[in-house]
Write a protein that binds this ligand. Structure first.
Ligand SMILES: Nc1ncnc2c1ncn2[C@@H]1O[C@H](COP(=O)(O)OP(=O)(O)O)[C@@H](O)[C@H]1O
Ligand SMILES: [Mg+2]
Length: 402
């Protein structure tokens, strides 16, 4: 029997469309001799749908029309397996639409990559691809991530973090702290968002105040850090589980502006013809993150590449990741220092282009992701999560209050 993979994508996130692209890239690379694909699209309202039409990217141009061809479902653990149940249910009809053996979340950003998808699959007790709740949520939170990196001794930029509500009570205190610990230019970032939302550079005191106020529109927590003036960005993917993981080839994403914006990353990436004469990925996968202009392999000295691969693996281990992640580095060209900037625990296009450059096909990558998910599920079943005995039913047991 084929293993049934439920591919989950879309969701309540600004990266909704990117997620659709990632999922379709993955679905077109899944080996259907071995696996049955069950696409589950989560609308911007958070409703779940399944249907054949979800496997053709063209259909997404008219979302309302696509949805009208789909079946709305909800997931239920029936005691033996996790089933997709038609919702609303129909009387006198079998409402079980399908079942899944492994959940494959291809959901970037909030309400997915941040641990919510992992939590949902944990509650359903189904095997799932990718890191658990803790690794996902720490990885999504820029401030918690920075604290983890500092504690683990992995090079990362100095920062000052605070809540907006505290800042407005005593602006001077925080501005002083920033100016004491950091030096201009600085970058102000929203604490827990991705996709370059809420990020602004500040070259002086006045710009700093403006940048903080700008970021505050998006979040309640802010992180300010030193800006690297002569910057090179390098990304490296890591695949596996904490005790056994390996780094990929490294890439240099090439942005058009000062800050690699949402536009650069996703919107302009879909346009035809590379403008900078840089190689881009080919074929129908040539969309979203995978089509961002890049140098692959990155043109950096061998020692720097090794250093980056080493810190990428350490970051993956410190967070306790699983599956495939992409760790993004900032390199200071003036000093040759490398800093871990962030981790994407469900990276765009699942970093397949980095693995292809390492000699692992996308199909093989998915095979590995599925077996890692099933392995974790087996290992968990061996651990004791609950006792079969009902303590309340034991005669003479000390129940109730002391
Ligand atoms: N400290 C920094 N110095 C210079 N540029 C930076 C710095 N931090 C971020 N950037 C630029 O801003 C972009 C977005 O920041 P990042 O931390 O990656 O947030 P996001 O979650 O939005 O991807 C980076 O890709 C980089 O181009
Ligand atoms: Mg980034």
């Amino acid at each position: 029997m084929k293993t049934k993979i439920g591919v989950f994508f879309g969701g309540r996130t600004v990266e909704h469309e990117i997620s659709i692209i990632t999922a379709n890239q993955a679905m077109s690379s899944i080996n259907t001799d071995k696996y049955e694909i069950i696409p589950v699209y989560i609308s911007k309202k958070g409703l779940m749908y399944t249907g054949e039409g979800l496997q053709n990217l063209e259909n997404y141009k008219d979302l309302d029309k696509l949805i009208s061809t789909l079946t709305q479902v909800t997931l239920v653990n029936d005691g033996e397996k996790v089933v997709l149940l038609r919702y609303p249910t129909k009387k006198l009809s079998d409402n079980v639409v399908n079942s899944i053996d492994v959940a494959f979340p291809c959901m970037h950003g909030t309400n997915g990559e941040d641990g919510t998808a992992a939590g949902y699959f944990e509650m359903l007790n189904v095997a799932y691809i990718g890191p658990d709740i803790l690794a996902s949520s720490v990885g999504m939170d820029k401030i918690m991530m920075r604290r983890a990196m500092k504690e683990a001794g992995i090079p990362s930029l100095d920062y000052v973090a605070f809540y907006f509500k505290d800042y407005i009570k005593d602006e001077e205190k925080y501005l002083k702290e920033i100016e004491k610990k950091l030096r201009y230019p600085v970058i102000v970032k929203a604490g827990n968002l991705g996709s370059s939302v809420g990020i602004k550079k500040a070259k002086n005191h006045d710009e700093l105040i403006d940048a903080i106020e700008y970021s505050m529109q998006y979040t309640d927590r802010i992180m300010v850090e030193n800006a690297i003036v002569n910057l090179k960005e390098i990304n490296c993917s890591v695949m596996g589980e904490p005790s056994d993981c390996k780094p990929s080839e490294v890439e240099e994403p090439l942005g058009a502006g000062e800050i690699l914006s949402y536009q650069d990353k996703y919107v302009s990436g879909g346009s035809k013809g590379g403008t900078k004469g840089e190689p881009t990925s080919k074929g129908n996968k040539d969309k979203g993150m995978a089509s961002l202009k890049r140098r692959l392999p990155a043109d950096i000295p061998a020692e720097m590449k090794e250093e980056i691969q080493k810190y990428a693996v350490e970051t993956f281990k410190v967070l306790g990741c699983r599956g495939v992640s992409r760790i993004d580095f900032l390199v200071d060209n003036d000093t040759n220092e490398v800093f871990v900037n962030e981790i994407n625990t469900i990276p765009g296009a699942l970093s397949y282009y980095l693995w292809e450059a390492t000699g692992t096909s996308f199909e093989k990558e998915i095979d590995e992701l599925v077996s890692l998910a099933l392995k974790r599920q087996r290992e968990r079943e061996d651990l004791t999560f609950s006792y079969s005995q009902n303590i309340l039913a034991l005669q003479g047991s000390k129940t109730g209050k002391k």
